[in-house]
Design a protein around this ligand. Structure first.
Ligand code: HEM
Ligand SMILES: Nc1c([N+](=O)[O-])cnc2ccccc12
Length: 290
């Protein structure tokens, strides 16, 4: 299967910046969601989950077809809670009906990272909505209960190496786990809505204890009220992963640079873009004085 991005002839950078700004203004205004965390984290997770169904071996799934819009995919137990992100984006789709669902879901994640003071994520348009029968089966997204070998093997299907995996996991600086969504709870400490390298500093500096939570799942908790999933903690149980955790804990610029590259790669998995497709680097609201 080839997912060839379509050439968008009648839309310019200005048109896409207008979509970016509409999402960013809504994100700034609707700040009360999830205990004043806001929609940034769930939009980031929606962009990741709509892309993380890709299988490089047969080029099925991925962000191209926008199939998260179909219940078969949005009802995947792995996607519990993401309807909040999709409902947030629904009015944006109405306002800009020419934007495909695949472009909408991935752009939502780009706006979230950039507006939460993270790095600029270069982004390309042209994903094309696929029919419902092209929706990938459930079960392609990762479980949180396993260790480093599982994580390494899982991300091979997405063509992502150790360095890219550790950088991407840094997005767990955002938001929180919700017992009713995934059976993990916390962090009760500062569940953040600012994109930083905190996740790596927490991993290295906190005193982690493996405990059974209210849903009978094992998770790592710290005295300060932070938590880590088993797959988070795996990054300091494995020497190769640990080297990158230390790199990103001590070099925020390097983390930002590597995260931006890996997140773009994740959001474009399986897509062939024509040479003529522009790569957009959007301005934040702040940098536009808005
Ligand atoms: C081994 C891979 C991963 C596993 C097992 C995993 C698992 C989870 C779980 C269980 C939650 C809690 C969801 C909830 O209860 O509402 C979560 C939240 C989140 N994940 Fe991951 N994740 C992984 C990788 C990623 C990646 C690669 C990204 C993005 C680059 C990401 C971004 C997020 C964000 C932003 C949240 C917070 C969502 C919110 O606050 O509503 N995760 N993840
Ligand atoms: N905030 C988070 C942390 N943390 O250390 O703050 C760790 N792991 C997480 C996993 C999923 C979602 C949020 C997380």
């Amino acid at each position: 299967i080839v997912h060839m991005a379509q050439e968008i002839k009648d839309k310019s950078e200005k048109d896409y910046q207008e979509v970016y700004n509409a999402i960013a203004v809504k994100l700034r205004e609707e700040d009360e969601f999830d205990g004043y965390i806001g929609y940034g984290p769930v939009l980031t997770r929606l962009a990741w989950h709509s892309s993380g169904t890709w299988d490089k071996n047969n080029n099925t799934g991925g962000s191209f077809g926008g199939t998260y819009q179909f219940q078969k995919e949005s009802n995947d137990p792995s996607n519990k809670g993401l309807h909040n992100g999709a409902e947030f984006l629904a009015p944006i789709h109405k306002q800009f009906p020419w934007l495909s669902h695949g472009d909408l879901y991935t752009l939502g994640g780009v706006v979230a990272i950039q507006e939460l003071q993270g790095p600029v994520i270069p982004w390309r348009p042209g994903r094309v909505d696929l029919p419902e029968d092209m929706t990938p089966d459930n079960g392609r997204l990762p479980d949180a209960v396993y260790g480093a070998d599982y994580v390494r093997n899982f991300f091979k299907r997405l063509d992502l190496n150790d360095q890219e995996v550790v950088a991407l996991m840094g997005a767990h600086c955002l938001g929180r786990t919700h017992l009713q969504n995934t059976g993990f709870d916390g962090p009760w400490g500062a569940a953040s809505n600012t994109f930083t390298n905190e996740f790596f500093l927490n991993l290295l500096n906190e005193n982690w204890k493996l405990e059974k939570n209210e849903a009978k799942n094992m998770q790592w908790n710290s005295p300060k009220g932070y938590m880590m999933l088993p797959t988070d903690h795996a990054l300091i149980e494995d020497d190769k992963y640990m080297a990158y955790v230390k790199l990103y804990a001590t070099n925020n610029d390097k983390f930002f640079e590597d995260f931006a590259k890996a997140f773009k790669k994740l959001l474009e998995g399986g897509i062939t873009f024509p040479q003529s497709t522009p790569t957009y680097r959007f301005e934040t609201l702040d940098s536009q004085g808005l």
